[in-house]
Design a protein around this ligand. Structure first.
Ligand code: PMP
Length: 397
């Protein structure tokens, strides 16, 4: 019956993780993984999560189904977090949200809905983008194109190219945008550039689908919301997928949200009902426990502050590692221009390493990075960053 099935090759980044785990060298370095690792190379349990999890586990009781859209408290807290409280008060009645299975689940619920009501629209993602963007939208039946984004000559954003491509898109095209901490490049837009993008989105009547998986890892929780905030303030209707996998270090709990900002309360009601229809036909309703952890932290002023501090600690550690990698490479190869390592933000950087150089790093040094030259900055630590800088300088020089 299944003899005609071809083999799914798997996700190259997940396969790289398997290769890293099988690597026998004790001083191996994991710059491939898409998860935040702390200064000991471990995926951390955040203090705020450790404080509430046992309390919630102790009085769990039975686990009835949640409503299709998930917990109302969670949805409200998450919407307030991503919009900021003042804006939330202003646009709350035309904003809706559902509790999703991570950021991936939010993207999928969103694109199922879009496929029903924007069947002729094309989807555009940045070149390059997180590979699952293409996979998720194609799985929902969309044709996925791309807009210019990364400029390999500067290792920054090709902003003129991006703007020109946005200007050429047909009205009602769906544009996937990364508000901060672009994955995989780490190259973000400035606020002025976002303002220019917003003008084109409004002028060309495009539908932005913002994907925020690292809020707080670039500049700060509020600061990283700039693109979302400015679009809402400009009166643009949008979808926003949110992931808490990295920022709460709760990967396996699958916590996220799909937020929709529409024109008015009546439209919002219909938008929410369509999100619910997508969910019902997909997985019916979300799981309970992870959302409870996040809601408990966000609802308590002291725990929320502690969580924000922890996000700040993760951010500053990664910034420090960027500094040390840059300094270590400059010391060994002064003619290399690697200043882009300092301006890129978030968990990832496009280093400019070629696939052949990535291969040399793995074979000769036991340093694992993605073939595209993407590194996960959180894999750098005080006790390995100098060795990595020396190896990078050697293979790039
Ligand atoms: N969007 C982007 C840009 C991401 O990098 C990720 C995580 N790698 C996601 C969405 C999905 O997050 P989750 O694991 O919560 O599904």
């Amino acid at each position: 019956m299944f003899s005609h099935l071809p083999l799914y090759a798997g996700d190259p980044i997940l396969s790289l993780q398997q290769a890293y785990l099988a690597e026998p060298r004790a001083d191996k370095v994991n710059l491939g993984i898409g998860a935040y690792q702390d200064e000991n190379g471990a995926i951390p349990t955040l203090r705020s999560v450790a404080a509430v999890r046992p309390v919630l586990a102790a009085d769990l009781g039975p686990t009835p189904y949640q409503p299709i859209a998930g917990s109302k408290q969670y949805r409200d807290l998450v919407t307030e977090l991503v919009l900021g409280s003042d804006r939330y008060r202003k646009v709350g009645e035309r904003t809706v949200a559902i509790q999703s299975l991570g950021g991936s689940g939010a993207l999928r619920v969103g694109c199922d809905l879009l496929k029903r009501y924007f069947p002729d629209s094309q989807v555009f993602i940045s070149a390059p983008s997180w590979p699952n963007h293409q996979a998720i939208f194609e799985a929902a039946g969309f044709k996925v194109g791309s807009y210019r984004y990364f400029d390999a000559t500067t290792n920054g954003v090709d902003f003129d190219g991006m703007l020109a491509d946005l200007q050429a898109m047909p009205a009602r095209s769906i544009v996937i945008l990364h508000p901060a901490c672009h994955n995989p490049t780490g190259a973000d837009l400035t606020r002025d550039q976002w303002d220019a993008v917003i003008k084109v989105i409004a002028g060309r009547n495009l539908l932005p689908f913002l994907d925020m998986a690292y809020q707080g890892f670039a500049e700060g929780i509020d600061e990283d919301g700039y693109a979302v905030h400015a679009m809402v303030d400009a009166g643009i209707s949008l979808l926003l997928s949110v992931s808490f996998s990295k920022t709460f270090s709760l990967y396996g709990e699958r916590c996220g949200a799909l937020v929709g900002v529409s024109a008015d309360a009546d439209e919002a009601k219909r938008l929410l009902s369509q999100m619910e229809m997508s969910i019902r036909a997909n997985y019916s309703s979300p799981p309970t426990f992870g959302g409870k952890i996040i809601a408990r932290v966000l609802a308590d002023a002291a725990l929320r502050q502690d969580w924000m501090d922890e996000v700040g600690e993760m951010r500053t550690r990664m910034l420090r590692m960027r500094d040390r990698l840059h300094a270590g490479m400059k010391a060994r190869a002064p003619s290399l221009n690697v200043d882009y390592l300092l301006s890129q933000r978030g968990m990832f950087s496009y280093t400019g390493l070629s696939a052949a150089q990535v291969e040399r790093l793995r074979v000769e040094h036991g340093i694992y990075a993605v073939n595209s030259g993407r590194i996960c900055v959180s894999g750098l630590r005080d006790d390995n960053v100098d060795r990595v800088a020396a190896a990078f300088a050697e293979v790039m020089h």
